[in-house]
Design a protein around this ligand. Structure first.
Ligand code: NAP
Length: 304
C-alpha cells in the first residue's frame, strides 16, 4: 500500500508569509510545573534544538500560580529579557479573551487592553499569532474583528487566530476581517476525533487556516488509558509506532500530521527529552490502512 506524503519540514502559518515548524510547543503547564526562569529557558532551548519554532502560550496560563493571571507569559517574558536573541528564532503565539475567573470577554475595551498586557508581560513589540481563546457569545464578531484589525494596524499583532470556535463562529469572524484568520486551535488527538468529521478541518482547508491541535495526547491520557476504547487506541498506536521504532506519543503526533489539513500538534510536555522526541514524528510513514486503523479504534466501531 502506498504511503501517505511525509509532513513538510516547514509549514506556512495560514496564508501569511510566516514559516512555522510542523510541531509547536505549548506552555499551558509551564507555571504549574513549578518552573523557574532557568527551567523555562531550558525548555525553550529544548524546543528550538528539536526544530520547533512555534511557541504557544496564553494570558490565562498559570492563573492561580504565584503571581496570578499571566504567569506563563511573564515567565517567557523573563526568558526573552535574559536572552533577547531567542525572540527572532521563534514564532510567538498567545491568546486572550478569557477573563479571570471565567466570563469570556471580547469587548473592544477589554480585548485591546488584553493585547497590550500580553505584549508587556512577554517583553515583545509584536505577537506573531494572536488568538481569541474561547468565543464570547456576547461580543459581535464585527466589533471583535475591528479590535483585532486595529492591533494589526498598530503593529502589535502579525496574524490572527481563534481557538475552540465552531465552524459558524469562524465563518462569522472571518467575514468581518480584512486580514483573514491564519489559524484555528481546536482540541484534536487520537482520543478526540470530532473535528475529522464535523467540518472543522474541511473549513480549515477551504479557508487556508493552519489547524493547531491542543492536547494532542489527550492531556496525557493516551499514555495512561482509562477506558477499553482508549486502551485500544493506545494499542494500535503502539503496534504502528513499534513497527517504525517510535513511541506511542510520537505515533500520535505523526497520525495528526498525516492529515491533509496540515495539523500542527502542540507538544504539551514540560520535559526536555519528551519535547525532543516529538521530532521523530516527521519521519513516520503512514499507509491508509494504518491511519484508518487508529481512526477505527478511536471511533470504537468499524467504518460504514
Ligand atoms: P498533551 O501533549 O496532550 O499532554 C501533555 C501531558 O502529557 C503533560 O502533562 C505530559 O507530562 C504528559 N505526558 C506523559 N507522557 C508523555 C510523553 N511520553 N510524551 C509527552 N507528554 C507526556 O498536551 P497538553 O499539555 O494538554 O496541551 C498542549 C498545549 O495545547 C498546551 O501547552 C497549550 O499550548 C495548548 N492548549 C490549548 C488549549 C485551548 O483551549 N486553546 C487548551 C489546552 C491546551 P510531562 O510534562 O511530564 O512530559
Amino acid at each position: 500500500m502506498t504511503a501517505l506524503p511525509l509532513p513538510p519540514s516547514h509549514r506556512q502559518l495560514g496564508q501569511s508569509d510566516i514559516a512555522i515548524s510542523p510541531l509547536a510547543w505549548g506552555m499551558w503547564r509551564l507555571a504549574d510545573a513549578g518552573c523557574n526562569a532557568a527551567d523555562a529557558a531550558r525548555l525553550v532551548h529544548a524546543a528550538l534544538d528539536a526544530g520547533i519554532t512555534l511557541f504557544d502560550t496564553a494570558d490565562i496560563y498559570g492563573f492561580g500560580g504565584a503571581s496570578g493571571f499571566g504567569d506563563a507569559e511573564a515567565m517567557l517574558g523573563t526568558v526573552l529579557a535574559r536572552e533577547p536573541a531567542l525572540r527572532a528564532q521563534m514564532v510567538l503565539a498567545t491568546k486572550g479573551g478569557i477573563r479571570p475567573s471565567r466570563p469570556y470577554d471580547q469587548s473592544a475595551a477589554y480585548l485591546a487592553s488584553a493585547i497590550d498586557a500580553s505584549l508587556r508581560r512577554l517583553n515583545v513589540e509584536t505577537i506573531d499569532l494572536y488568538q481569541i481563546h474561547r468565543p464570547d457569545i456576547l461580543a459581535h464578531p464585527q466589533e471583535v474583528a475591528r479590535t483585532l484589525e486595529d492591533a494589526m494596524a498598530a503593529g502589535k499583532v502579525r496574524t490572527l487566530g481563534v481557538s475552540n470556535f465552531t465552524v459558524q463562529q469562524i465563518e462569522a469572524l472571518n467575514h468581518f476581517l480584512v486580514s483573514p484568520l491564519a489559524a484555528t486551535q481546536p482540541q484534536i488527538s487520537p482520543l478526540r476525533i470530532a473535528c475529522f468529521e464535523n467540518g472543522e478541518l474541511d473549513q480549515a482547508m477551504r479557508l487556508g487556516l493552519t489547524p493547531l491541535a491542543w492536547s494532542p495526547l489527550g492531556g496525557g491520557r493516551l499514555l495512561d488509558p482509562e477506558t477499553p476504547r482508549e486502551a485500544e487506541v493506545a494499542s494500535v498506536l503502539d503496534r504502528i509506532g513499534g513497527e517504525q521504532g517510535v513511541s506511542r506519543s510520537v505515533a500520535a503526533y505523526g497520525w495528526l500530521m498525516a492529515h491533509p489539513a496540515g495539523i500542527v500538534p502542540i507538544v504539551g510536555s514540560q520535559n526536555p527529552d519528551r519535547i525532543a522526541e516529538g521530532a521523530q514524528a516527521l519521519a513516520m510513514r503512514w499507509t491508509r490502512e494504518d491511519w484508518y486503523a487508529v481512526l477505527v479504534a478511536a471511533r470504537g466501531e468499524k467504518l460504514p
